[in-house]
Design a binder for this molecule. Structure first.
Ligand code: NAD
Length: 269
């Protein structure tokens, strides 16, 4: 197998479950050494299970606890990773969550909590990653780029989502943060892109696919008529991190089975 990420060090935030775990497994298959980040001690067994799965398949990974919304913890995660592995080549800014409420009932705590993880967390991790990419520069034995960041956005960076104003605002924020820092650091040959997943079967949206009735409702929104799997996102992340995507910078790759194609119009022909 062509190991497109051979010898590269990848930090993947929120990787003890769902899309982050999927990205960790696909990147390890592609030859990267993966830091499987998790936020709290209670998630360590799940992170360790992802690590065990990777090592059983012949890959390399460690688990690492860090709450991405806390500046001191993020700085320590990067310092410790660089001390242990020498550098960081890839960041997957994946950690994210929802605290849903009707807008007029949304508390400031719900607003700040979601923005704190989904947007501030991505800012803090991207800042530390870029500092390291600038320090190291390009290592042509590993990649044509000085470093790669993949921000996990959502179709809700463009689709408004009633009852989820904090989440949609965080993903809209991720979109323009990503484009702005891509513009700022493309001259240094740092590549920064987003993946916008549609509906992927993970714990975050369990209620949307846990019964046949819920699944059928969900599939009305997806022209391909299937729910996405974490591997769909993991494979896209490997591509964006690899030199195959060398000329892709500052863009969002929608991996959504067509969810952003206005599926409500498909029966009007
Ligand atoms: P998930 O709940 O399985 O994963 C989220 C992960 O983030 C969890 O492992 C959680 O422990 C971690 N996390 C939460 N707070 C954290 C913190 N402060 N520090 C570090 N890690 C933290 O759900 P998922 O669907 O895999 O979500 C992953 C990303 O994909 C999120 O950013 C989400 O917004 C995005 N996304 C998911 C979907 C989908 O359909 N599943 C669609 C669009 C976007």
């Amino acid at each position: 197998m062509d190991k497109k990420l051979n010898g590269q060090i990848a930090i993947i935030t929120g990787a003890s479950s769902g899309i982050g775990a999927g990205c960790a497994k696909e990147m390890a298959k592609a030859g990267a050494t993966v830091i499987v980040n998790y936020p709290v001690a209670g998630a360590k067994p799940m992170a360790d299970a992802v690590v065990a799965n990777i090592t059983a398949a012949g890959g390399k990974a460690i688990s690492y606890q860090c709450d991405v919304s806390k500046e001191d913890e993020v700085i320590k995660m990067f310092t410790d990773t660089i001390a242990q592995f020498g550098t960081v080549d890839i960041l997957v800014n994946n950690a994210g969550l929802q605290r849903d409420a009707k807008f007029v009932e949304m508390t400031l705590e719900q607003w700040n909590f979601v923005l704190g993880v989904n947007l501030t967390g991505q800012f803090l991790c991207a800042r530390e990653a870029i500092k390291e990419f600038l320090r190291r520069g390009i290592d042509e034995t590993k990649s044509k780029a000085a470093g790669k960041i993949i921000c996990m956005s959502s179709v809700h960076e463009v689709i408004p989502w009633a009852g989820h104003a904090n989440y949609a605002a965080s993903k809209g924020g991720v979109m323009l943060m990503m484009k702005t820092i891509a513009q700022e650091y493309a001259p240094k040959k740092i590549r920064i892109n987003s993946i916008a997943p549609g509906a992927i079967a993970t714990p975050i949206n369990h209620d949307a696919w846990d019964t046949q009735a819920h699944l059928q409702e969900l599939l009305k929104l997806i022209p391909e008529k299937r729910i996405g799997q974490v591997e769909d996102i993991g494979k896209a992340a490997v591509f964006l991190a690899s030199d195959d995507a060398d000329y892709i910078n500052g863009t969002t790759l929608f991996v959504d089975g067509g969810m952003t194609l206005y599926p409500g119009f498909e029966d009007n022909g």
